[in-house]
Unconditional design. Sequence first.
Length: 216
Amino acid sequence: MKQPLTIALTKGRILKETLPLFAEAGIEPLDDIASSRKLLFETSVPDVRLVVLRGSDVPTYVRHGAADIGVVGKDILMEFGAEGLYEPLDLGIARCRLMTAGFPNANESRPRLRVASKFVNVARAHYAARGVQAEIIKLYGAMELAPLMNLADQIVDIVDTGNTLRANGMVPLEHIADISSRLVVNKAAMRTRHNVISGVIEAVSRAVAQREASAA
Ligand code: PRP
């Protein structure tokens, strides 16, 4: 039997935007991913299968070769690094911004700003580059709660519509990066399975180009 090509997808909002794009590229899961408790899916393309993971696990699977290709947010690549990975394609989906945020007109009198984030490496680099002394506090979710509960003065988080910040009385402050989902490829697999991987990259990149052309 031929070894299947495995594509690791990021669950959640990214998955909802990935599936239509992959369908346009001719790659469709044979089961309904949304209603299934399975984590591994055969597709309409023989020998291509999908796994659905947390975003922060996608680079790990691809880096170790457990998956050949991945779909993951640029925020995750910035935070956890892209070592061992090629990043050949910006999918143009799940667009948002990585920003600092806090209460408007906050008067920071502390010598060290307290910043809550799940993107601790990005946050540390951002404040260091601005020469701001910051204590970075790692959280795993609900970042917006940290300033409300006086756990932190600011947060570093993803902002899409800005609704979550507004609903909690906060405002976006500094723009760190524009984010979208990227295709990543295991570097060794790119050499050893070049034909099949290039076929997937080309199909998906045609679908991305078609969307861009019809949006223009
Ligand atoms: C993200 C982010 C914000 C929210 C921003 O969380 O952490 O809470 O979306 O979106 P908005 O600007 O449109 O309000 P997500 O819902 O992805 O969940 P997570 O905290 O599990 O990452």
